[in-house]
Design a protein around this ligand. Sequence first.
Ligand code: HEC
Length: 509
Amino acid sequence: MGMDIAGAQGVDAKALYRQHCAVCHGEQRTGAMGPALLPESLTRIRPAEVLEVITHGRVATQMPGFAQQLSATELSALAAFIRTPVVPTPRWGDEDIRASRVFHPAPAADPAKPLWTADPMNLFVVVEGGDHHISLLDGDKFEVITRFPSRFALHGGPKFTPDGRYVFFGSRDGWITKYDLWRLRVVAEVRAGLNMRNVAVSGDGQWVMAANYLPHSVVLFDADLNLKKTYPAATLDGKQTSRVSAVYDATPRQSFVVALKDIPELWEISYSPKAEPIYDGLVHDYKMGESIAKPGFLGVRRTPLDEPLDDFFFDQSYRHALGATRPKTGDGAATAQVVNLDVRRKIADLPIAGMPHLGSGITFAWKDSTVLASPNLKDGAIDVIDMKTWEPVGTVPTPGPGFFMRSHENTPYAWTDSMMSPKARDTMTIIDKATLKPVATVREPGKTLAHIEFTKDGRYALASVWEMDGALIVYDAATFKEVRRLPMSKPVGKYNVWNKITRSEGTSH
Ligand code: HEC
């Protein structure tokens, strides 16, 4: 019936799934020992790769190949089947979240000090997406302190507590892991949803918030991952629900800011006990006469927008959220906009063509102003915009569209990749922040070179050779010379404790 695409070929894909796959991937395809196999979880994998994995398995993992047991028709029917939605939509309620939580109390008399001797503020957490591991790196000696398995497919950057002791990881399949960087152990885990975008940690270290695609929700936890509150991602009248694009902490505002993918609203959820009450009626529609105050603390303050925002970042004052909208149709145009979080409305459109990747934008001082620079997923160009006037001040050409951009207060340069370009994905471009001109490139011919993070002092830039058989390359940030190379399994991201907890202007979130 309905979605049974393989039916025409006389193959019952659903029955095959139940027989061969459910034991590891779950009856509902929401994951078990193996990862979730939902349309939402498979968007990042090409259909050909899915078929390849089912046919031949994945080396060095528990995913077996089925070439011997199943016919070509059956294999492709299964590959198509796992890309169809599960009907009815799988549920993941508060009781499921609570039941999933695992907590490992600290051993008695466990001292509150690191098990290692490195500078705790100059650690790097490196996410190795290839074989789903984390490496903890000493940022002075460039030596791996420990390496441990992560949940399958971490998503969004890891987030540190303000003291730099704990880090929270979010996985594509909705797991949040709290890890103690000093004692090198997992403290707690919880499954916040079935398909999650990212997690945020409050500036006071007391709260953790998760943004889900499935179910349509934002979920709030305390610092030990006890469920505190689930917010359905819905319009005020509850008539429409939405996937949640992202949640970020806005420490100076004592709030989380949440972007919704399908509803034109930006949410702010304050964790300040002194937060002003919320008057929804005033924001939405005077005629509703619904201006009864709701408590501001942990309440949803809605900013209505013209279009839903995708990823976003904040200016240094945290008064503005700078976000991109995605075209609704293939040939529609993406736009970028500035939302003032205090007056709660859009105050400017950003003059950026193509598809700005504002989630990776950075800000820096330029002449007597501050500018925003953002990579572009569609064009080989970095757009630079004055944050006083919101007017463009320059465009820096790069050899191809890129994804990440980084700088540091102590370096005159910003580094950006061209990883979205088939030709130039091996090239990192180094830009002079004063002249807004490219001054050098570093290359890893034939490989993807992407994602930069600086050491605490800004003296070294760490880049990823983004391959299964990849590496972390340490460059001298002044001479651009390679000083160290560490083998890593597709190091998709690296995060410096100091740069993150001090909200360095050269780094996003
Ligand atoms: C013995 C357990 C097991 C069985 C049985 C199994 N899988 Fe898997 N599968 C896994 C594991 C574990 C992974 C994750 C591998 C990795 O680390 O990349 C996986 C990964 C996958 C992936 C890649 C997912 C991604 O996001 O990268 C697909 C697709 C997949 N399996 C499909 C299937 C299908 C279809 C079947 C049934 C025909 C099946 N699997 C049977 C354990 C299993």
